[in-house]
Design a binder for this molecule. Structure first.
Ligand code: SF4
Length: 110
């Protein structure tokens, strides 16, 4: 087990990110990221329904470095550790710098 970088597809939808694509197949509306910041596709209707009930739901593992427009975080494996929130500081700082005017990357609250 290890910490993972995650992004939030609900944020892609809410901000109408131009890198977001959608298509319909067998009655299901699927969304995905053109840049493959996250791999695979997400069922849009289920995502929106869950996000409405549980805001912030649906983080998925980032397979590439998040872009400036992404909402990104680190999903910690051991958030309860008494030693501090991360034992690998280089992991936290391995993201590109946050662009000006945008919050720097932060750990998802537990
Ligand atoms: S670039 Fe980021 S915000 Fe835009 S669709 Fe891809 S993951 Fe979502």
């Amino acid at each position: 087990m290890r910490c993972e970088r995650v992004v939030y597809p609900a944020h892609c939808v809410a901000t109408e990110c131009p890198r977001l694509y959608a298509h319909e197949e067998d009655g299901v509306r699927w969304i995905g990221c053109i840049d493959k910041v996250y791999a695979g596709e997400v069922d849009l209707d289920r995502l929106l329904a869950q996000d409405a009930e549980h805001p912030g739901f649906g983080a998925v593992r980032a397979q590439r470095a998040p872009r400036a427009e992404c909402r990104a975080a680190i999903d910690r494996t051991f958030p309860h550790r008494a030693d501090g929130e991360c034992t690998q500081p280089e992991f936290r700082t391995s993201f590109p710098e946050a662009p000006e005017g945008r919050d720097p990357l932060r750990t998802r609250p537990s």
